[in-house]
Design a protein around this ligand. Structure first.
Ligand SMILES: *Cc1c(COP(=O)(O)O)cnc(C)c1O
Length: 392
């Protein structure tokens, strides 16, 4: 092995590319911050598996958090079997064919509408009678207030299917419901929650006090971002709990669990020119970081600047034959050459769970690194079989 090369606290000389590397110290620091919120408020924090689901680090996650939240059967199985703790599930519409298994595993089930509860209430109650396991059921509401400006991830945009608006909140159907759930934040600070909560309480406060044991404040709380106001979050939750003394509070961040904890280590395979310098990497926006194209956003690369900032600007492209498989334009101090390593920052959330094998591109390996012990651990490498098995 070559000598140590520390990038973002990780010795990247230990990994062959492309490889996602999760920094265990950074992950633990995030979990400690989430635990601080639990300790200061009594709220329970669940890991939203949609954003981060790397089960080899589940024991570390569960050292601090109370459980997981899933968006359907497979995530629920993953949470219950690989993580443990409380298993919560919400789905825009449950499928009767899955529902028996959902009842077997879930502690909380959140329904998207009073009608869904009407459809599945009998199944839940029969399951509880037969198994003796209590399942606490809730309804996702849409408070029709959100500060997210991009429709793609705004659950409150016009005609949104996610959650029930007050106009459709048919209390006649809600006997047996014990909780409410709202999820209207995305990468936001606690001031947004503080402005959102009054809308929830104005619309649904009476229902909360008349029959709720819990309210789930959803995800999108960017709690582990350096400028996040944890004090305001704790004050907001504690004031809510004072107003509703019998109600437990849940938070279910995904991104905040793994924010700034992982990198994608890649290398340059070739350079070329087409009226500007181009470089092709052994990765792909389309397959390894699909949110670059979908959200879209510009990932940060260690040591690279915006176009024109440093001496030479490249357009970085991926391995697929999709013309738009372009990561972006980045400038560097020196020309790139094949074999140069490029390290993408903040790749542990969403990117890792959303990778695909489109075009047969090899999935990136998975690894962990602990700066405290300098221990590198390769968890998994992928190959042709991972592409083939999804096609027959
Ligand atoms: C996506 C999602 C989360 C997690 O959101 P983050 O932005 O990753 O914190 C939590 N709850 C629900 C219902 C979600 O859809």
């Amino acid at each position: 092995m070559s000598s140590a090369l520390l990038v973002a606290g990780i010795d990247i000389s230990k990994f062959s590319t492309p490889c996602f590397v999760v920094n265990l110290e950074a992950l633990e620091n995030n979990l400690k911050r989430l635990d601080e919120v639990q300790k200061r408020t009594g709220a329970k924090v669940l890991a939203a598996l949609k954003g981060f689901a790397m089960h080899p680090v589940a024991p570390l996650v569960m050292k601090y958090l109370k459980g997981t939240t899933a968006s359907g059967l497979h995530e629920l199985i993953h949470g219950a079997k690989e993580f443990g703790g409380e298993a919560h599930v919400y789905c825009p519409a449950f499928d009767e064919r899955d529902f028996g298994k959902i009842c077997d595993l879930a502690h909380h089930i959140v329904f998207n509408s009073p009608n869904q509860w009407k459809r599945f209430r009998g199944a839940v109650e029969n399951h509880s009678k037969a198994s003796g396991k209590k399942i606490s059921c809730g309804i996702r509401v849409n408070p029709e207030y959100s500060e997210i400006e991009t429709d793609l991830y705004n659950p409150c945009f016009k005609h949104s299917r996610l959650g029930t608006t007050l106009a459709n909140f048919n209390e006649a159907l809600l006997d047996g419901i014990e909780g409410l759930h709202f999820h209207t934040l995305c990468e936001q600070n606690s001031d947004t929650l503080a402005r959102t909560l009054p809308h929830v309480e104005e619309k649904f406060g009476k229902f909360i006090d008349s029959q709720c044991h819990w309210v789930n404040f959803g995800g999108g709380h960017h709690i582990t971002r350096p400028d996040y106001n944890v004090d305001l979050l704790c004050e907001t939750i504690n004031a809510f709990r004072k107003r509703h003394p019998y109600v437990e509070v849940y938070l279910e961040p995904g991104e905040a669990v793994a924010l700034n904890t992982g990198i994608l280590v890649t290398q340059v395979l070739e350079t070329l020119d087409n009226e500007m310098p181009l470089a092709i990497l052994d990765t792909s926006a389309s397959t390894h970081m699909p949110d670059v194209l979908e959200m879209p956003y510009r990932p940060q690369i260690v040591g690279a600047g915006v176009p024109g900032e440093k001496s030479v600007t490249y357009r970085l492209g991926g391995l697929t034959c999709l013309a738009g498989d372009v990561i972006g334009d980045y400038s560097f101090d020196a020309p790139l050459s094949p074999g140069d390593k490029l390290v993408f920052l903040d790749m542990a959330h969403y990117s890792m769970v959303k990778t695909t094998t489109f075009n047969g591109v090899k999935l990136a390996s998975l690894a962990t690194y602990d700066p405290r012990s300098q221990q590198a651990k390769l968890i998994k490498e992928f190959g042709y079989e991972d592409y083939k098995c999804r096609l027959g």
